[in-house]
Design a protein around this ligand. Structure first.
Ligand code: COA
Length: 393
C-alpha cells in the first residue's frame, strides 16, 4: 500500500442557524473552500483526480453532485470530477477514508475530500418530507415495514441520546457540565486564535445591505453557565436532552487535499499529516449513536496503536451522552478529548463535521507538536467511521 498524506486542510468558520452562511448556495460555498485549499497547499487544480464530498441532505441546491458543480464554479479545469457520499454525520470522514483507500491502492494520486452542509436551508429529512413521486403521491419514508420489523422501533437522535444516557448511567448534570466545558474550551481557543490557521475567512452579507468578514465560529456561547443550561426546556420528548446539551443546527464546509507519497515528492510539497488507518462499523440502530465505541476499538486494532498513543481525540459531540458513554468504555485522558471544544459549541453541519474535526485535529497536532490524532463520529442509522492521522511536521 502507498503512503497517504494530507497536504492541505481548511474549513469555514461554522455559521449558526440563520447566521452568516445560511443564505449561501452549497456549490458556491464549497467552491470557496476548494480555492482556499489549493491556495493553502500551493497545488494546481489540474492535479486533482477526484473531489469526494460528504453531504447528508441531498436535495434542491444541495442535490445533484455539489463537488462537481463546485469545482467548475471555482474555475477548476473541466477534467476535475466530483462525487457525493452520504453516511449521515459520518459522511465527510467517510469521504476522507475513501480518498485514502483510492490513494493507498495506487488508483489515484491526488484527491480532495471534504464536506458541506447548510442545515439552515436543508433540514435533516428534507429529501423525503414533502418529496413527491411522478404521480404526485408522497415519495415515502426510507424506513419501511421490513426495516422496522428488524429494528423494532424508530428513534430520533435526541431520544437515542437519552437512551444512551440511561444505559450508561449518565446524569443530566453530567451532560450539562460536558456542554459547559465544550463552550469554555471553544471560547478560549477562539480567544487565543487557535483556529486562525484552519479557518478560511469569507466575505458574507452583514444583514444591513453591506459586507463583513466571517471568520469566527458563531455557535459558541462563552457566557453560558450551569444555571442557564439547567434552565433550558427539554426537547425531542425527552427528560434530559436540551438545546444546551445537543449540537446546534449549523452551516459550514471544509476540505482536505490528500496525496500519495510519490506525488508529494514529485510536486515537492510539504505534507501536514499522514493517514495512518481507518475503520467503520455498524452498531445498534435504535441506540444509534454508540458506534464510536466499537469504531475506536477497530481503528486502534487495525493500526496497532493504543488509547495512550493518541494525543488528540476528536469525537463528535452530537449530544453530550455520546462522548460521555464512549468515555465510560474507553477511559480517555479527557484533556486530550476535543481540547478546543466540539460540536455542542462549534456546531455540527452534519455532512461537514467529519472533515471539520479532521482539519481541527491536524492543526492542533501541529500547534502542540504532538503525534497521533483520532477522529470518530456517530451517525444516523447506527454507524461510525474512525480515522487515525499522524503529524509529520
Ligand atoms: C436541540 C434543537 C432541537 C434545539 O433547537 P432550537 O430550539 O432551535 O435551538 P436554539 O439554538 O434556538 O436554542 C433554544 C433556546 O435555548 C437557548 N440555548 C441554547 N443553548 C444554550 C446554552 N448553551 N446556554 C444558554 N442558552 C442556550 C437559546 O438561546 C434559545 O433560547 P431562546 O428560546 O430564549 O431564544 C436543535 O438544535 C437540534 O435539532 N439539534 C440536534 C441536531 C441533530 O440532530 N444533529 C444530528 C446529530 S446526530
Amino acid at each position: 500500500m502507498k503512503d497517504v498524506y494530507f497536504v492541505g486542510a481548511i474549513r469555514t468558520a461554522v455559521g449558526k442557524k440563520n447566521g452568516a452562511l445560511s443564505s449561501w448556495r452549497p456549490d458556491e460555498l464549497f467552491a470557496e473552500v476548494l480555492k482556499g485549499l489549493l491556495g493553502q497547499a500551493s497545488v494546481e487544480p489540474s492535479e486533482i483526480e477526484d473531489v469526494i464530498c460528504g453531504i447528508v441532505t441531498q436535495v434542491g441546491e444541495q442535490g445533484f453532485v455539489v463537488p462537481r458543480l463546485a469545482s467548475l464554479v471555482a474555475g477548476f479545469p473541466e477534467t476535475v470530477p466530483g462525487v457525493t457520499v452520504n453516511r449521515q454525520c459520518g459522511s465527510s470522514l467517510t469521504a476522507i477514508n475513501m480518498a485514502a483507500a483510492y490513494i493507498a491502492s495506487g488508483m489515484r494520486d491526488v484527491v480532495v475530500a471534504g464536506g458541506c452542509e447548510i442545515m439552515s436551508k436543508f433540514a435533516i429529512g428534507a429529501e423525503w418530507f414533502g418529496a413527491t413521486l411522478n404521480n404526485g403521491q408522497p415519495a415515502g419514508m426510507p424506513f419501511g415495514p421490513k426495516y422496522l420489523e428488524r429494528v423494532g422501533q424508530l428513534t430520533d437522535q435526541g431520544q437515542a441520546a437519552e437512551m444512551i444516557a440511561e444505559k450508561w448511567g449518565i446524569s443530566k448534570e453530567e451532560c450539562d457540565e460536558f456542554a459547559y466545558n465544550s463552550h469554555q474550551r471553544a471560547a478560549k481557543a477562539t480567544q487565543n486564535g487557535l483556529f486562525d490557521r484552519e479557518i478560511l475567512p469569507l466575505e458574507v452579507e452583514d444583514g444591513e445591505g453591506g459586507k463583513r468578514v466571517h471568520k469566527t465560529d458563531e455557535t459558541i456561547r462563552p457566557d453560558t453557565s450551569m444555571e442557564k443550561l439547567a434552565g433550558l426546556k427539554t426537547v425531542f420528548g425527552t427528560k434530559m436532552i436540551t438545546a444546551g446539551n445537543s449540537s446546534p443546527i449549523s452551516d459550514g464546509a471544509s476540505a482536505v487535499l490528500m496525496m500519495s507519497g510519490d506525488k508529494v515528492k514529485e510536486l515537492g510539497v510539504k505534507p501536514l499529516a499522514r493517514f495512518v488507518g481507518s475503520a467503520v462499523t455498524g452498531a445498534d440502530p435504535v441506540l444509534m449513536l454508540t458506534g464510536p465505541i466499537r469504531a475506536t476499538e477497530l481503528v486502534l486494532n487495525k493500526t496497532g496503536l493504543a488509547m495512550d498513543d493518541l494525543d488528540v481525540i476528536e469525537i463528535n459531540e452530537a449530544f453530550s451522552p455520546v462522548p460521555l458513554a464512549w468515555g465510560k468504555e474507553h477511559h480517555p485522558d479527557w484533556e486530550k478529548v476535543n481540547p478546543n471544544g466540539g460540536a455542542i459549541s462549534l456546531g455540527h453541519p452534519v455532512g461537514n463535521s467529519g472533515c471539520r474535526l479532521t482539519v481541527t485535529a491536524i492543526h492542533e497536532l501541529h500547534r502542540t507538536h504532538k503525534r497521533y490524532g483520532m477522529i470518530t463520529l456517530c451517525t444516523g442509522g447506527g454507524m461510525a467511521p474512525a480515522t487515525i492521522i499522524e503529524n509529520v511536521r
